[in-house]
Every structure is written in structure tokens, then in C-alpha cells.
Design a protein around this ligand. Structure first.
Ligand code: SF4
Length: 431
């Protein structure tokens, strides 16, 4: 029998990308071979996202394409994976009868059964001894799965379950493997990454994990996503500030600047508590990169609530604001209990207002980088042009040649709202 080929399509967050990479590594271990065309595959996996309607729409369109392929190729095995798949999926099975297996995020078993894979022990839910094959000098490493927070608008806790942390030694082994295969920077992933460890018997925190990983000689940089203000303890922040390999770069979603909306969202903090947390970070790490997420048009958001969000963005001056208009996600608390009462045109107007603030402030913050010397890890190439990121997470395009995987000093020459451009300092010295 010829070797089976697999095709994995992925949409959504870094966690989904990491899940797909892990599944690909598992497929390779079982003797399957990757193909980049669904038409050539024996097994197709669609790894989906439910966080926004747009992401689901992309999955529906992909499902339609796969249905057509399966008509031509009835033996094709099709699996739907990720956040579109809940504990019960009868409705999905009815709607998409050509899908052969449904797998919740990180629950790979139905897919292994579908391809009649080996019943060997893969070491537990997260396949801890199956390592993703790195594609470059950076890699995502999930360290805590699931979420306990239950924000009203979010489907993640229902799909990814409660928080489960991976043991420190297991993560260290995986990262050591990655560094032997060329990885120089890892991004530690969790829906709320500072929740890491509280469910483990020895209760290590994210700082303890970072200390262990810092000992790995070939590892140059450690990043982490996504932060949650209430879980960011002073102990963790001190570790981030102290450890040279840990980047001073935070993704810290605020979602709204009004206490009324924050309470309605059940975010678990007030406007002032969030502001205090940002100040704590900046006191410890002046110049730290901080990005945030905002939802506009959440149920009940008044003009005055929205003004408070704008005021907060002006005050805290984030490096980047990811803004989305609220859309109800089936199965969430907000979908069950709240009226989606902000008209679409008002949502769009608010979205554009946030974008205007964000573009202006990002440009001003990026302008301050011009003329400075920045340490950049070269992550890859866009065309012939190398690119990488500063410690604070700014994307930098290099105007001089550089080797992938190298840490280089870059003199910043130009700033736009989304990225910087610069030249290697050594190259300048040679001129
Ligand atoms: S913290 Fe809130 S928004 Fe983030 S994953 Fe958990 S429930 Fe969703």
C-alpha cells in the first residue's frame, strides 16, 4: 500500500497553529507524508476557529471545497478539528455528513482512529513525546491549555476546557529538542499564560519555567502570550524583568475601558486595576512593548462607555491595538443572555475611531525608534529581504543581508505604523 498523504488547513490563533504542527509531527511518526494540496491527500484535517464569525465562514467555505473533492475521491478521509467542535457535535455531523471525524482542540484521538493509526501510547493528551518539526528559528510551545475565566463573549473555555499545565521538565525537553533543530526563540503559549503551573503539584509559576528554560544554552529568546492582568503576579514580573533571555514584550488584552462594560464582560478587573498593572510593568521595565485587544459594540456599550475606552488608549499608549467589533458567538454567556443591541453602523464607526487612535500612537511610538540600535533575531525573509523583531516585539525589515537565526544589531532608519526598517550596524561600520 502506498504511503498515505495528509493535508492540514489551519485558521485562528497561535495555539491552533501549534496544535496543527503537533498533529503533523504525529502523522509523520505514524508514517504519513505531508502534501500542500487537499486534492492530493488521503486525509484532510481542517483546524478551525470560532472566536469570530469571519473565521467560521472561512472554515465553511473550505468545507465546501473539501466536499467537492470527496465527491471525486470517495475514499478521502475528512476530519474537522478545533474550536468549532464542541463536546456534542451532532449538529455539525448532520450539517456536514461528508466529515468522518470530529476532534476538539488537542483531542487528536478521533483523527488517529480515522486513519487507523497505531494504538501506541503517545504519552497523554498533549503527545508530550511527539515534537513539532521546526520550520525556522522561532517556535510556539503551548505550556498551559484551556481557560478558567469564562469571559461572557468567549467560546474558548467551552472548547478548550479548564486550565491544564504541562510539567516543567516536559516543556524543557521539548524546547531543548527544538533548539537542537535550529530554534533560537520560543513563544510560550497559554490562553492566560501566567496561569501556568497553579494546577501542578509543586506549583511552579511562569517565572520558574522561564528560569529553567533560560539555562538552555542554544536558546536566545523567550516570549510569552497571552497575558491576563489578574494572573500577572509581582513574582512573575520580576522574573521577566530579571532574565535577559525573556523579552520585555506583553500581549495584555484590556477589551474595554469602562467599568460597566468590563463587569458585564466578567473580565475580573476594573479599569483602574488594569491601568495599575500596566504601570507596574512599565515601572519595572521602562520601554516594554505592550499590545492590547479591544472589543467595540459589546451589548449595552454606550457612547460614554466607548469614550472611556478611547481615553484609556490615549492614556496608556499601546504599541498595537487589535480591535474587533462584537459579534455574538453561539454557546457563550453573552449570546445566551444579552441583546446584541449596538447597531452595526455604530460598531463600524467605533472600530474606525479606535483604528485612528492606534495608527497615530503606533506611528509616534515607532518614530521614537528611529536612530536607535536594536537587537533583532532574523526570523526569515520576505522575498529577499530579511526580517525579525526587536526585544519589544517590533517587526523590523532589514535593508542589508543577514543570516536567518542570527541575533544582529540593527540601526533603525525608518518607522511606519506597522513596522520599522533598518540596516545592520556592522554593515554601517564597514562603509
Ligand atoms: S481569558 Fe476570557 S477571553 Fe481569554 S480565553 Fe479565557 S475566557 Fe476567553
Amino acid at each position: 500500500m502506498s504511503q498515505q498523504k495528509y493535508y492540514i488547513w489551519t485558521v485562528g490563533c497561535q495555539m491552533n497553529k501549534a496544535d496543527s504542527e503537533k498533529l503533523a509531527a504525529g502523522f509523520e511518526r505514524m508514517g504519513l507524508k505531508a502534501t500542500d494540496r487537499a486534492e492530493r491527500a488521503d486525509v484532510v484535517v481542517l483546524n478551525t476557529c470560532s472566536v469570530r464569525q469571519h473565521a467560521e465562514d472561512r472554515a465553511y467555505s473550505k468545507l465546501g471545497r473539501v466536499r467537492d473533492i470527496k465527491k471525486q475521491k470517495p475514499g478521502l478521509k475528512v476530519a474537522l478539528m478545533g474550536c468549532m467542535v464542541g463536546l456534542k457535535h451532532d449538529d455539525l455531523a448532520q450539517r456536514f455528513p461528508y466529515v468522518d471525524a470530529f476532534a476538539r482542540p488537542q483531542h487528536f484521538e478521533p483523527i488517529v482512529e480515522l486513519i487507523e493509526g497505531p494504538a501506541e501510547d503517545l504519552g497523554g493528551e498533549f503527545w508530550p513525546t511527539t515534537y513539532a518539526i521546526p520550520e525556522g528559528p522561532t517556535a510556539f510551545v503551548p505550556v498551559v491549555h484551556g481557560c478558567n475565566k469564562f469571559c461572557t463573549y468567549c467560546i474558548v473555555p467551552y472548547r478548550r476546557g479548564r486550565e491544564r499545565s504541562r510539567p516543567v521538565d516536559e516543556i524543557v525537553r521539548e524546547v531543548a529538542y527544538l533548539t537542537v533543530h535550529g530554534v533560537r526563540e520560543v513563544t510560550l503559549l497559554g490562553q492566560t499564560v501566567e496561569a501556568y503551573g497553579h494546577d501542578l503539584s509543586e506549583k511552579p509559576d511562569l517565572g520558574d519555567l522561564m528560569r529553567e528554560l533560560s539555562e538552555l544554552e542554544r536558546l536566545e529568546r523567550i516570549r510569552f502570550l497571552t497575558s491576563y492582568p489578574k494572573d500577572m503576579t509581582p513574582r512573575i514580573l520580576e522574573a521577566i524583568a530579571e532574565l535577559p533571555k525573556v523579552m520585555e514584550c506583553f500581549s495584555l488584552p484590556v477589551q474595554a475601558g469602562s467599568d460597566t462594560v468590563l463587569e458585564s464582560m466578567r473580565r475580573g478587573y476594573t479599569r483602574q486595576e488594569y491601568i495599575d498593572k500596566v504601570r507596574e510593568v512599565r515601572d519595572l521595565m521602562p520601554g516594554a512593548g505592550i499590545t492590547t485587544d479591544v472589543i467595540v459594540g459589546y451589548p449595552g456599550e454606550t457612547e460614554a462607555d466607548f469614550e472611556q475606552t478611547c481615553g484609556m488608549l490615549e492614556e496608556l499608549r499601546f504599541d498595537k491595538v487589535h480591535v474587533a467589533a462584537y459579534s455574538p458567538r453561539p454557546g457563550t454567556i453573552a449570546w445566551r443572555k444579552m441583546e446584541n443591541d449596538v447597531p452595526n453602523d455604530v460598531k463600524t464607526e467605533r472600530l474606525h475611531r479606535v483604528e485612528e487612535i492606534e495608527h497615530r500612537i503606533s506611528q509616534e511610538l515607532n518614530d521614537a525608534y528611529v536612530g536607535t540600535l536594536q537587537s533583532v533575531l532574523v526570523e526569515g525573509f520576505r522575498g529577499d529581504q530579511p526580517f525579525g523583531r526587536t526585544r519589544t516585539g517590533k517587526l523590523v525589515h532589514l535593508d542589508t543581508p543577514a543570516r536567518e537565526g542570527k541575533l544582529v544589531d540593527v540601526r533603525i532608519q525608518h518607522a511606519g505604523p506597522f513596522s520599522l526598517r533598518g540596516t545592520l550596524e556592522d554593515a554601517l561600520t564597514l562603509v
